[in-house]
Design a protein around this ligand. Structure first.
Ligand code: DMJ
Length: 452
């Protein structure tokens, strides 16, 4: 089904690929770039090993460990494992795997964010299992999934934001579509691999319940109460808090061949183009609008929105993907590295941080994959050079608190290793580095494969 779904999307892409003016092939320069990316990932990983081994994350400026919930859930090793494997860093990958199977336990009295734990840990364990065949990783995923299930025990079936891993106690009923709707790839894969339908059913219901509450013009909002099902924030956008809800509508069709997901995607995406897209001159952007009226509320776009060209490309819409990617790259070049949020009407920076985010790189990789247009590798090279120039530190990679004056902050999120380095690497790596047409990346860049 995955191959068939891809084939449908590929029909329109084939013609477009042929028309790309400059084709890139596997070339020596690209190989060199792939090696550079790999060695920079090693720099980040080695410093995690040196200063934060066994903890969730490394604080790259203070060279100290950080744990999200006061005790470690091995966020960085689990998130990084498949990146190490894909880059063929075999001894690092083996060491990470040994740490995970030897030390990771979810029997902990801590309240965790269902969404983050699902996309990073459940996704990482499942892809790690599929890449290594190590059943202990699947057992960990099964245990984690089981402990997360109480999150779905709300009157609507929409998950609470937090769930206690030991007691199952839930809290924080105000959620958003990204958090209620970005669970099915991971829970669904867990179902298929363990033969336990409950995981698929709970996550699918959460996705459907989110979709069912779309407005009469087809948009969703930015805040929802999981107990009443009422919207608490009418702002509609493709940014953080909503973004990956759309991503999973399409990807759950791709991975599971679930026709309900295709239908929900087909019903949803026209409204995104109609009300959120904004054409300014030749440029295409996606802003914010009121979910009930479609009225424009904000002309902001940012690092998180920059995932959308990847999704457009994956779903067959290369022309829009190209145009939006050009806008994202313009945003990157405003100050030589990506701002968190800008106002695209004035090109003023609204939020000055850079969290080492992957989305713009992900989109560059997808566009290069589908078009083989060399401009995307050139774009990626420019971004990688800037990324190294401003974010590399003696002990890893640091986010920026101010992209204008390039002040670093003491943060290296695990997604930098799971996603940012991985997508940079895949952009330059020879075609065999991953079997793109037979995997679906979860929103944390963990490749999931349909084996059922
Ligand atoms: C990641 O955890 C995921 O990509 C998520 O979908 C959005 N935010 C971060 C990266 O920016």
């Amino acid at each position: 089904m995955l191959a068939k779904a891809r084939a449908i999307a590929a029909v329109s892409l084939t013609l477009l690929s042929f028309s790309a003016c400059m084709k890139s092939r596997d070339d020596p320069h690209a190989r060199e770039m792939a090696e550079r990316v790999k060695s920079e990932l090693q720099h980040a990983w080695n410093n995690y090993e040196r200063y934060a081994w066994g903890h969730d994350a490394l604080k790259p400026l203070s060279k100290a460990p950080h744990d999200w919930y006061g005790q470690s859930l091995l966020m960085t090793p689990v998130d990084a494992l498949d990146t190490l494997i894909l880059m063929k860093l075999d001894s690092e990958a083996a060491k990470a795997r040994n740490l995970i199977v030897g030390e990771l336990s979810f029997d902990r009295d801590i309240s965790v964010k269902n969404f983050e734990i699902t996309i990073r840990l459940l996704g990482g364990l499942l892809s790690g299992y599929q890449l290594t065949g190590d059943k202990r990783l699947l057992d960990l995923a099964d245990d984690l999934g089981t402990r997360l299930l109480p999150a779905f025990n709300s009157p609507t079936g929409l998950p609470y934001v937090f769930v206690n891993l030991r007691t199952g106690e839930v809290r924080n009923p105000i959620s958003n579509p990204a958090e209620t709707g970005t669970l099915l790839l991971e829970f669904g894969t867990l179902s298929k691999l363990t033969g336990k339908p409950i995981f698929y059913d709970k996550a699918k219901r959460a996705l459907v319940e989110t979709y069912k509450r779309r407005s009469s013009i087809g948009l969703v909002g930015a805040g929802i109460n999981v107990e009443t099902g009422a919207w608490t924030d009418n702002d509609s956008n493709i940014s953080g808090g909503i973004d990956s809800y759309y991503e999973y509508l399409w990807k759950c069709w791709l991975l599971f061949g679930d026709k309900d997901c295709l239908e929900m995607w087909n019903e949803s995406i026209p409204a995104v183009h109609q009300y959120l897209a904004d054409k300014t001159g030749d440029e295409l952007w996606y802003g914010h609008a009121d979910m009930a009226t479609g009225q424009r509320t904000e002309t902001t776009y940012g690092a998180l929105d920059a995932f959308f060209p990847a999704l457009l490309a994956l779903s067959g819409d290369i022309p829009r993907a190209r145009r939006l990617q050009a806008s994202s790259f313009k945003m990157w070049n405003l100050h030589g590295i990506e701002p968190e949020v800008i106002d695209y009407k004035t090109m003023r920076v609204v939020a000055t941080t850079y969290h080492l985010r992957p989305e713009i790189v992900e989109s560059t990789y997808y566009l290069h994959h589908y078009t083989r247009d060399r401009q995307y590798r050139d774009m990626g090279e420019k971004m990688f050079n800037d990324f190294v120039k401003y974010c590399r530190t003696e002990a890893g990679y640091a986010a920026l608190s101010d992209i204008v004056n390039k002040t670093q902050r003491d943060e290296m999120e695990s997604f930098a290793l799971a996603e940012t380095f991985k997508y940079f690497y895949l952009l330059f790596a020879p075609p065999g580095a991953i079997d793109f047409d037979h995997v679906v990346f979860n929103t944390e860049a963990h490749p999931l494969r349909r084996t059922w």
